[in-house]
Design a protein around this ligand. Structure first.
Ligand code: FAD
Ligand code: UQ1
Length: 440
């Protein structure tokens, strides 16, 4: 009804100032209330929607999500390497919203936690009793000079976005001879292993197609290490050496000159020093940051991430606000696996808070990264807040494994769509002890 009135007015007063003020009035008329409001319908949002539906009934839950499609992002690593199709990674959002849960198909524009209210782009004003923030993170290609325009040129791709992931595969197929350069930015990222997974796959592809001898594979990372956990970093150094890959630490991509096929990196240990790498192929992992809507909401920490208690996932200032996933300041690596482990803790925390009890289950920082090292091998990194390995399987997961590749490529997608998103998969924690029975 409001939409019909607005479009009628638009026809009558197109372009006038009067239209703007009337539109605002129409917008402000749309108000609704939900016991639990979830912001974001990605991995964390859909998962918590399903769990909350089970706890309090679908009619008491709503999810705000603007996108028509929901994507299983972890498979983009394999899409960029031509091992899976982009179509296999997406499903309509309508099909993943738990049935009966209200889908507010819009974008949260402002959050007012003092008044328990969220304002959407479509003009709705939604109040809540409990708010779950699952907004993910934002990609910032525009922070690199020359991007995103450079994606118009061949030879450059990025597995991190829907629009650019197939360009990685094209660039790889078009490779003739020269440098294949892979970057890692100077910000927190999601799936910190993904920037190098595509490098190992590219190296394997060039070997398979007889072009490897004409290629220099170069990994330029802003980090001072190859990976944050020593056990897996050591294993990856072994892979890098055996495949003759060059790694440059503390190298941060600042500019792409696509017409000349040049990538400019700054040396983070020697500011002012820049190095230009010519490339035949460039894979960009963009700088990333917190969702813009958190800015100025009083929900964010100094760096802009959602400020939550690292054990309970409850907001540090507002006890009826909770967070999950990439948008939070949880000091662990941002992954879907972490979302899974967080979801069971968060369900428990919210249930306790609803009963006016104290939260009693603690998130240990569990996260996991299947480090794809070729078209049939994976090193399955799993660790917690302490940065110590916390492995599920009773084998040495620091070794490249074919079974783990099968798990990443074929099992995980099923676990995601039918387990995690249905609120039935809370991470491998309960199975870990079982798997290690009989071991020391
Ligand atoms: P997302 O799933 O990104 O969801 C955020 C949602 O919020 C989106 O749907 C977005 O549209 C919505 N949103 C944003 N702003 C607003 C707004 N203002 N209002 C309303 N909605 C909004 N994880 C693994 O565990 N294993 C892997 O192997 C792995 N590999 C990866 C490889 C790649 C290339 C990438 C890109 C990611 C990978 N990940 C992996 C990471 C994993 O996909 C994310 O950590 C996970 O999706 C985080 O879930 P989330 O709900 O926090 O964010
Ligand atoms: C996981 O739980 C998960 O979420 C469903 C992933 O991705 C999306 C993962 O990549 C991984 C590795 C896990 C952890 C699961 C096991 C069985 C170790």
């Amino acid at each position: 009804m409001a939409a019909a009135l607005m479009s009628h007015l638009a026809v009558m007063r197109k372009g006038s100032r009067v239209l703007y003020s009337v539109t605002c009035q129409v917008h402000s008329m749309s108000r609704e209330h939900h016991q639990v409001l979830v912001l974001g319908g990605g991995s964390g949002g859909i998962t918590m929607g399903a769990r909350m539906k089970r706890k309090i009934g679908a009619e008491n839950v709503a999810i705000v999500e603007p996108s028509e499609m929901h994507y299983y992002q972890p498979i983009w690593t394999l899409v960029g390497a031509g091992a899976k199709t982009i179509n296999s990674s997406g499903r309509p959002t309508a099909s993943v919203i738990p049935s009966g849960v209200k889908w507010v198909k819009s974008r949260a524009m402002k959050i007012d936690p003092k008044n328990n209210t969220v304002f959407t782009e479509s003009g709705q004003e939604i109040s809540y009793d409990y708010l779950i923030v699952a907004l993910g993170l934002q990609l910032h290609y525009e922070k690199i000079k020359g991007l995103p325009e450079a994606f118009e040129h061949p030879n450059i791709g990025s597995n991190y976005s829907l629009q650019t992931v197939e360009k990685t595969w094209k660039a790889l197929q078009n490779f003739k001879e020269g440098n294949a350069v892979f970057s890692f930015p100077n910000t927190p990222v999601k799936c910190a292993g993904a920037p190098q997974k595509i490098m190992y796959l590219s190296e394997a592809y060039l070997r398979k197609t007889g072009k490897r001898s004409k290629a220099n594979i170069i990994y330029n990372t802003s980090l001072p290490v190859l990976f944050g956990v020593k056990k897996y970093a050591d294993a990856l150094w072994g892979v890098v050496k055996s495949r003759d890959i060059s790694v440059n630490l503390r190298h941060n991509l600042i500019e792409v000159r696509a017409d000349k096929r040049e990538a400019v990196f700054e040396n983070l240990d020697q500011p002012e020093e820049t190095k230009v790498f010519e490339y035949e192929m460039l894979h960009v992992t963009p700088p990333m940051g917190p969702p813009a809507v958190l800015k100025g909401s009083s929900l964010e920490d100094q760096a802009g991430w959602l400020d939550v208690n690292k054990h309970t996932l409850q907001h540090t200032k507002y006890p009826n606000v909770f967070g999950i996933g990439d948008c939070t300041n949880l000091p662990t690596s941002k992954t879907g696996a972490a979302v899974a482990a967080q979801s069971s803790v968060l369900e428990r925390t919210i249930t306790k808070v609803m009963k006016k009890d104290k939260p009693d289950k603690e998130y240990d920082g569990y996260t996991s990264c299947p480090l794809v090292t070729s078209y049939n091998t994976v090193i399955l990194a799993e660790f917690d807040y302490s940065g110590q390995p916390l492995e599920t399987f009773p084998v040495d997961q620091g070794k490249e494994s074919r079974i783990m590749y099968h798990m990443k490529a074929d099992v995980m997608p099923h676990l995601y769509w039918h387990g995690l998103l249905k609120g039935l998969w809370g991470g491998p924690g309960p199975y870990r002890k079982l798997m290690h029975l009989g071991m020391k």
